[in-house]
Design a protein around this ligand. Sequence first.
Ligand code: SF4
Length: 198
Amino acid sequence: MLLNLARTIPRSAANGPGQRFVVWVQGCAIRCPGCWNPDTWDFETRQLRDTAALADEILDTSGIEGVTFTGGEPFHQAGALVDVASRVRAAGLSVFVFTGYELDELTRADHRELLALTDVLVSGRYVQALRAFDSEWRGSTNQRVHFLSARYTEVSMAGSPSVEFHLAPDGQLAVTGFPLPQLLDVVPAPKWPPQNEQ
Ligand code: SF4
C-alpha cells in the first residue's frame, strides 16, 4: 500500500511519550484556523511511501518506543496507516495518533481498524482561542487525550519536553512539539522536504 506523507523524523521526544518515530501525513480537509502545519493541508502527492518499507524503516530505528502519526489528517489515510501500525505493533512498538476529528466522528471501518491499533489518541479541532500551555499533548484545551490501550496512563506520559528543535538535511532549523506562538514566529515548524518533492 502507499502512504502520501509530508515528512518523517526518526526520533522525537516531543510528539508523544518516550522517543518516537514521527510521520506527518499529507492532506487535511479540516483546515483549522491557526494550524501549525498548513503545508500539510494540500492533497497533492508529496512523498508516496510504500507502507511495508516505511514500517521497516521505523523498525530499523534504534532507541524508539513507538511511532506517532500526525499531519495533515491521519484518518484520511487510515487504511495505509493500519498497515504500518499493525506491522510496528506486532514488533512491540506503541502507536500514538493526533487527529482533528472527534472520536465519535471516526465511524468508518478503516477508522475503527486504526483506532484498534492505537494506544493513545489526541482528538479534536485545533481552536486558536483555546491554545493549551499545559504540555499535555494537545494544542488547544478542547482537544481530548484518549488512552485506548493499557500501555500508557497520564502519569506514565508525564515529564516529556514540550518543544524540540531539529536541523533539517538542508541545515534549516525547525521546531516541533507544542511551541509557544511567539517561538513559531521565529522558528518555523518542519517543512522539509519542499512541497511536491518526490
Ligand atoms: S486537523 Fe490538524 S492538521 Fe488539520 S488543520 Fe486542524 S490542526 Fe491542522
